[in-house]
Ligand binder design. Structure first.
Ligand code: ATP
Ligand code: MG
Length: 599
């Protein structure tokens, strides 16, 4: 006998039938599961892309592709804010190959928005996503005409937020009219957060790498600088002899001698080598600086006429200096060198004309400023900017401009020492230099000096009427060629010269001639001798003598960090006979009639 089915079955069957019929309906159980699966696949796809890439450029398109294909959108756009959040641009987009909607993305690539504009501003102010079913008629959507022209109808926009900042936005479009769907907006918000974290991480890494590259660059420059400084020192000694002897010979051979042209060649070559050596020393920060209190704005104004001539008629020169400028403490000659190097580079970058702007301004190096320029001390500074509207530089060139002998100019048109010298001078003066440039967009060099605290102290000078003298000089110099040159120069001008090639000979000469010596001319670096100690002994042995140092090189013996105390008498090598004669005569005259100092 057929038994009736158990009760639980008779009751379950209609329920199962009901579930079945319900689940197959659109929006039913199976549908919902399929939607949830597609959401998970989109999330997984983006997470996977991010885990396996290191830059936004690598990650963006696969991530957009995963979002669009899993969630049923025809085209996806990723907008990204600039580092200072001032503008937002379309950075990447994805649509299937041959998509008729791609035109809209190509057009959007040319646009720039602020964070307050359009649907992005809308999403930013709400801190959340929005769905526009009829985007082509949505007034807040500024690109609606572009979307309509590309056949797109509905859209979603989700802000990419991280750490309370708007890093960009995700926008997806579809051609069909698509009403809002449950779960889509929260999902896009989560995707935005994942992308936001990624963008933030990539940017921090970039900043760290840039800093590390900057450090490597300055270490490399430092090493080259030491090498250059060392070579330049030895060179200077030899050049002092070459220049000194060729000057002396030129004087002796007379104007009609057939030897004259050859001697002049030697002199010119020597002078050119001396110029190069000076630049190398400056780059190696081994240059002796004689800092004074300087008004940067006034310096620019005083150089204006000369610069205008150097720049030519096709370049417009603008010099701007706000009133109330603070002063700085720099070597005025070196500061002029810096301005000149930067201005001439600007000129060379504008062969068919343009505008060069020199500007001096006061700057407070606050926290915000120092974040952008690491290494700058807090407090008041004076900023020099030199901007041109010239060719600009790509990143590879920018990374190398401060290296000595790096030049992109034709042979004979640039030595590549301008900016390396500038870099050395600025650093040795306690300043900073950096640049902003892009190909085709011109270049701006910025030079920052700390504000000076002391007041200016001008010194009076006794006018020199003759280079001749009858005094006795003691010259301490270990390089026989230089010693010989100095001796010959001074003796031919009436002086008596005692020469000493080392410390012992110097002391012996001082003891034997104590009452006669009027001036001691001493090299700063004498092998095996502590120059400061030697000077101390000399002061005891010849108490009334003037002490004059000479060197092609800075040394801790008389200077700190290459900055010379104003009370030390110093002459840099190589020097010409006239220069050393003038200096010695000036010091001896000053001793006889001390100048009145103004304070
Ligand atoms: N304002 C600028 N615009 C474009 N490029 C520049 C600018 N300033 C410097 N450069 C680039 O940097 C390089 C190095 O400049 P630097 O002043 O050190 O040497 P140089 O100008 O080539 O030669 P020198 O200054 O010794 O005559 C230049 O050759 C050029 O490529
Ligand atoms: Mg140059």
């Amino acid at each position: 006998m057929l038994q009736s089915p158990p009760r639980f079955l008779t009751e379950a069957i209609p329920v199962a039938t009901e579930i079945k019929s319900h689940s197959n309906r659109p929006g039913g159980f199976f549908d919902a599961a399929a939607v949830a699966q597609s959401h998970l696949r989109a999330l997984y796809g983006v997470a996977h892309v991010i885990a396996s890439t290191t830059t936004l450029d690598e990650a963006a398109i696969p991530a957009l592709k995963s979002i669009c294909s899993e969630l049923g959108w025809d085209i996806g756009l990723l907008w990204v804010s600039s580092e200072n959040y001032s503008e937002v641009r379309l950075r990447h987009w994805w649509a299937p190959d041959g998509s008729p909607h791609a035109e809209m993305a190509r057009k959007c690539k040319e646009l720039v928005f602020t964070q307050q504009d359009g649907v992005l501003g809308h999403a930013w102010s709400r801190r959340g996503p929005s769905w526009f079913e009829d985007a082509a008629n949505e007034p807040v959507f500024l690109c609606r005409h572009l979307a309509a022209a590309s056949g797109l109808t509905s859209m979603v926009v989700a802000p990419i937020l991280f750490g309370g900042r708007l890093l960009g936005s995700l926008e997806m479009f579809t051609a069909r009219r698509r009403p809002q769907e449950a779960g889509m907006l929260p999902l896009l918000m989560s995707l935005g957060t994942i992308l936001g974290e990624f963008i933030d991480r990539v940017r921090s890494q970039d900043a760290l790498e840039q800093r590390a590259a900057g450090l490597r660059r300055s270490e490399r420059l430092e090493a080259i600088g030491r090498l250059a400084g060392g070579i330049a020192h030895d060179f200077n000694n030899m050049l002092t002899a070459i220049l000194g002897f060729s000057d002396d010979l030129l004087r002796r051979v007379g104007p009609d001698s057939e030897l004259r042209p050859d001697l002049e060649q030697i002199r010119r070559a020597g002078q050119r080598s001396a110029d190069l050596t000076r630049q190398l020393l400056a780059f190696g920060r081994r240059q002796l600086l004689q800092p004074r209190i300087v008004d940067l704005g006034a310096t620019l104004v005083s150089l204006e006429e000369m610069l205008r001539r150097l720049l030519g008629e096709r370049i417009e020169l603008l010099v701007r200096s706000a009133p109330g400028q603070w002063t700085i403490r720099v070597d005025p000659g070196q500061l002029e060198q810096v301005v000149l190097n930067l201005a001439l580079n600007g000129r060379d970058a504008m062969p068919s004309g343009g505008r060069l702007t020199l500007e001096a301004s006061n700057v407070d190096a606050n926290e915000e400023f120092r974040k952008r320029h690491p290494g700058v001390q807090p407090g008041p500074h004076v900023l020099l900017t030199v901007s041109d509207t010239g060719s600009g530089m790509d990143e590879q060139t920018q990374a190398r401009v401060f290296e000595p002998f790096f030049t992109t100019k034709a042979v004979g048109q640039g030595t590549g020492l301008g900016l390396s010298t500038t870099h050395g001078i600025v650093n040795q003066s306690g300043g900073h230099i950096w640049l902003a440039s892009a190909p085709g967009s011109g270049t701006t060099f910025s030079v920052l000096f700390p504000r000076a605290t002391e007041a200016a102290r001008p010194a009076g000078r006794v006018p020199i009427t003759s280079l001749e003298g009858k005094e006795t000089l003691l010259v301490i110099e270990d390089e026989p060629a230089v010693l010989g040159m100095i001796k010959s120069v001074f003796e031919s001008h009436g002086y008596s010269v005692l020469g000493a090639g080392n410390g012992e000979a110097a002391i012996a000469a001082a003891e034997a001639n104590a009452g006669r010596i009027a001036l001691v001319l001493s090299d700063v670096v004498i092998p095996g001798v502590n120059t400061r100690e030697l000077a101390g002994k000399m002061r005891v042995l010849v108490p009334g003598a003037v002490y004059l140092y000479m060197s092609g090189y800075t040394s801790d013996v008389i200077v700190q960090d290459g900055v010379l105390d104003e009370s030390v008498n110093f002459i840099g090598k190589p020097f010409s006979p006239d220069a050393i004669l003038t200096r010695v005569r000036g010091l001896l005259d000053e001793k006889r009639a001390p100048p009145t100092r103004r304070t």
